[in-house]
Design a protein around this ligand. Structure first.
Ligand code: ZN
Ligand code: ZN
Ligand code: ZN
Length: 157
């Protein structure tokens, strides 16, 4: 399923706030600020990028340790995905959606570093799972990261 995240930052933050209430999670101001910052940047960021941007946008220093803690929270709440291949973070495209989150397939452009999130269809996902189960392997993280060149970068050539 392909969805594009609503570009209205306030709406996304409100949806995140509501989901936290429903799940009994605390959406503190700092956590909300980090998510807002990532929405503003609209590309994948490292924890250190986030730390630097936080200082620029909110005029307040936060430690790397607290950035990692806030990112852990945002990942747990499924508002953010971590790109394992680059140790960077992106905002989930489905925060304002009402369907269950499917296995993310993250298309990473190596030219502009934009990441597009699409999902693996149920059929393919169950086939993958069956394949993996048959090999006896125990899967811990379900996420696919694919590197390439996005449509707008292809059009530049
Ligand atoms: Zn997602
Ligand atoms: Zn969606
Ligand atoms: Zn690109």
């Amino acid at each position: 399923m392909k969805h594009i995240l609503n570009k209205n930052t306030q709406e996304v933050l409100q949806a995140a706030q509501k989901q936290c209430q429903q799940q009994g999670l605390r959406f503190t101001t700092k956590r909300s600020n980090v998510l807002q910052l990532m929405l503003n940047e609209n590309k994948s960021l490292s924890a250190y990028d986030i730390m630097a941007e936080y200082k620029t946008q909110y005029n307040q220093s936060i430690s790397a340790v607290s950035v990692y803690r806030m990112l852990d929270f945002l990942i747990h709440a499924q508002f953010v995905h971590k790109l394992i291949s680059s140790s960077q973070y992106i905002v989930c495209s489905h925060i304002t959606c009402h369907h269950a989150h499917e296995i993310p397939q993250l298309l990473i452009c190596d030219t502009c570093h934009q990441v597009e999130e699409i999902s693996i269809g149920k059929l393919l996902a169950s086939e993958l799972e069956a394949n993996i189960a048959a090999s006896g392997f125990k899967l811990q993280r379900q996420q696919l990261e694919l590197h390439g060149v996005c449509i707008s970068c292809q059009n530049l050539h």
